[in-house]
Design a binder for this molecule. Structure first.
Ligand code: 2AM
Ligand code: CA
Length: 286
C-alpha cells in the first residue's frame, strides 16, 4: 500500500471510531426522552413532517463533537437544513450527513423503530456509515472496504434472487403527498403483488439495515433526502447488497431515489417491475 493510501485508510478509521463513540454517547438522553412520555413535537413543512426537541439536541451534539474532532468537516443535517431552508451542495470535503432521528413519527408514538443515522462522504463518495437504534440496542456500522457490522458481528444480505422469495420493504407514508401518490400506489401494487411479503417500518435507514442483515430482501423509495439514506447506504453495500438509482443508473446520494436489493438479480427484477408500473396510464387514485 502506498503511503498516501495508507494515510487515507487510517484517517477513515479515525473518522469512524470517533463518530461511533459520539453516536453511542447520544443514546442515554434520547432513550430517556423516548421512554418518559410521548415526546412533545412541532410540525415542520406539513402535518406529517414532525420534529421533537431531541432531533435538534442530537444533531447539535453530533455536529459539535465532530466539528471539534475534525475541524475540516462540513455538515448536511436534517434539522439545520430545516432551520435555514438551504440544502448545502455536496463537495469533495469530508461531509457528515446526519439524520438525528430517522423515524421521528415512530419516536413520538413510541414505536421502537427509529435510529440515529450518520454517513461520511469524502470526495463525494460515502465511506463511513453508522446507524444506531438505542431502544433495540442495535449499532450498525461500516467503513468502505471493511464489511458491515451489527454490534461488532459481521452482517450479510440474504442470497435472494427471486421476487416471489423476497420480503419487500416499501415506504407507504409517502402517499401523503398528492404529487407522488399515484406513482407510489402503482409501484407498491406491482412490486407487492410479486413479492413473498411486504413490510413498512417507518425509518428508511433502519429498513436498509434490515436488508443488510438479511431480514428484508429489497426496498424501493424515492423523494427522500440524503440524510435518510447516507449512513445505511454504506452499511448495505458493505453487507454485499446492491444500491442503485430506480432506473438502474448509479446511485446519487443527493437525490437518493433508489432500488436496494440483496442481489443484482433481484435489483434487475425490481427495476423492470417499476418500469411496468410507471407505464400504467389508466389509473388515478387522487
Ligand atoms: P424522518 O423520520 O427523518 O422524517 C418513513 O416515514 C421514512 O420516510 C423515514 O425515514 C422518514 O424520515 C422519511 N420521510 C422523509 N420525509 C417524509 C415525509 N414527508 N413523510 C413521511 N416520511 C418521510
Ligand atoms: Ca429525521
Amino acid at each position: 500500500m502506498s503511503k498516501n493510501s495508507e494515510d487515507f485508510v487510517n484517517s477513515i478509521q479515525n473518522y469512524y471510531d470517533i463518530a461511533l463513540q459520539l453516536v453511542m454517547k447520544c443514546g442515554p438522553s434520547v432513550r430517556d426522552g423516548y421512554s418518559s412520555k410521548q415526546a412533545d413535537y412541532e410540525q415542520k413543512s406539513s402535518f406529517y413532517d414532525l420534529v421533537t426537541k431531541y432531533d435538534k439536541e442530537i444533531e447539535d451534539m453530533l455536529v459539535a463533537g465532530l466539528q471539534k474532532a475534525f475541524p475540516e468537516s462540513k455538515f448536511i443535517g436534517e434539522e439545520s437544513v430545516a432551520a435555514t431552508g438551504q440544502l448545502p451542495e455536496l463537495t469533495d470535503a469530508p461531509t457528515w450527513i446526519i439524520d438525528p432521528i430517522d423515524g421521528t413519527t415512530n419516536f413520538i408514538h413510541r414505536i421502537p423503530h427509529w435510529c440515529i443515522s450518520v454517513g461520511l462522504s469524502i470526495n463525494k463518495e460515502l465511506v463511513v456509515g453508522i446507524v444506531y437504534n438505542p431502544i433495540a440496542n442495535e449499532m450498525y456500522s461500516a467503513r468502505k472496504g471493511h464489511g458491515a457490522y451489527l454490534n461488532g458481528q459481521r452482517i450479510h444480505v440474504r442470497n435472494c434472487t427471486a421476487m416471489n422469495d423476497a420480503v419487500l420493504a416499501y415506504e407507504i407514508s409517502l402517499i401523503h403527498s398528492i404529487r407522488v401518490r399515484d406513482k407510489n400506489v402503482k409501484r407498491l401494487s406491482k412490486l407487492g403483488a410479486h413479492s413473498a411479503g411486504i413490510r413498512c417500518i417507518g425509518s428508511a435507514a433502519l429498513t436498509l439495515c434490515y436488508v443488510a442483515r438479511g431480514n428484508f430482501d429489497c426496498y424501493h423509495v424515492e423523494d427522500l433526502q440524503a440524510w435518510d439514506i447516507a449512513g445505511a447506504a454504506v452499511i448495505l453495500r458493505e453487507a454485499g447488497g446492491v444500491l442503485c438509482h430506480t432506473k438502474g443508473d448509479e446511485f446519487q446520494i443527493m437525490k437518493p431515489n433508489l432500488v436496494a436489493a440483496a442481489t443484482p438479480e433481484l435489483a434487475k427484477i425490481m427495476i423492470g417491475l417499476i418500469e411496468e408500473a410507471d407505464a400504467i396510464t389508466d389509473f388515478t387514485f387522487k
